[in-house]
Structure formats: structure tokens, C-alpha cells
Design a protein around this ligand. Sequence first.
Ligand SMILES: [Mn+2]
Length: 231
Amino acid sequence: MASPAAAATAPPPAHADGWTPTVAGHSLPAVTGPRSATVQRQTKETKVEVRIDIDGSGKCVTQTPVGFLNHMLDQIASHGLFDVYVAAEGDTWIDDHHTVEDIALALGGALAQALGDRKGIHRFGEFTAPLDEALTHVVLDLSGRAHLSCNLEIPAQRIGNFDTELVEHFFMSFANTSGTTLHIRQLAGKNSHHIVEATFKAFARALRRACEVDERRAGKIASSKGVLTQQ
Ligand SMILES: [Mn+2]
């Protein structure tokens, strides 16, 4: 794994077929902070590039073919105070599954790379976010181990044309590549858009706390085992 500093300064490798991830005709903004990273992922199903700066200011630029996911990525950036830039193409003529999964895998991978050895961070985070009648509690641990428990009960099968079963799949994929133990508890909610958006807001705030530097930790790893990057 590249160090955060190296990840921030190295230019991203070109995609094999020369695909240039762009937003509205422009290249994705650069990420240059000490805790930032760029991840590209290309398969026969999708091409994805994700850039994240953990110590950002909530900027979000997305160009993916999944409109509702763009809206949720914006929640992660604005409530996590991360800068998040995502460009993606995918086989959405089948459905959104591969595209949503691969964006989540790339986002998790970028976060893991940007966190580096996870020294000095709070490691744990939790937040309960309402959106009108919806209320979701998210607890997470940047433990290095992937786990998802999720009890979301989203009444509608679709929000717009977004398949709501992809919400849980997004978080599972993110947990897998970021090494996050993630618990999501829906406490209330009737409106599907509200339930999902409350979840992403709670996730963003919990993740922000977990990633933030714990001054009292003085740069040490928040683990009695001494390491947070091994399974
Ligand atoms: Mn909304």
C-alpha cells in the first residue's frame, strides 16, 4: 500500500483503454492533502475513478450514471467533510448493480489508502441522523476487519429508478475494501428516500468522527494489538 503522501502526489495511472474520467468535460479535481488517495477500478462491467481527501471541506463532484447514488455520495462528502470526486461508467443497460458495487469498492479502497496505517485516529464513530420521520443509527469501527450488520427495511423497491436493495450492497462493498466494521440500525421511517438519506447522513458523520485525529492518542494506533490494517 502506498503511503498517504505518495498517494497524494503520484499521478493516477491511465486506464488501460485510455478512458479519462471527466466531469462535465473537465478532468476530476486533484486531491493533494496528506490523507488523500485516488483509486481506479476497471473491469468488463465498469470503469470507476474515486478521489477522496479525508481532511476536505465537503466538496463533491460526481459523474456517474446513477442519479440517486450521486445524491448519496454528496451526503457522504458534505456531512463527512470529505472531498469526494467520482467518475464512473457502467453496464447500466443491465441494471445499476455493477456500477454501484464498483463505486463502493473504489471508495472503500481509496479511504483505506488515504488512512494509511491508521495511526492517531479515533477509529470508532457513531451517529444517529434524522430526516423528518426517518431515523438511522450508524456505528462503525475502522478496525481493518470487514463486517456489515444492516437492518434497513426500505418499503419501496425503487427510489426513482434506483433499486433500494443496492443500499445494503453499497455498504457491504465499502466495508470489504475499507476494512470497516459497520452496523446500521434503522430506528424509524416510512418514506424510502428519507430512510436511505438518513442512513447516508449518519454514516458520513460516524465516518468523519472515526477518521478524525484523536489529539490525546498522540499519533499512536488505537488498538491494544498495535495494528489496524491486518485482517
Ligand atoms: Mn434527498
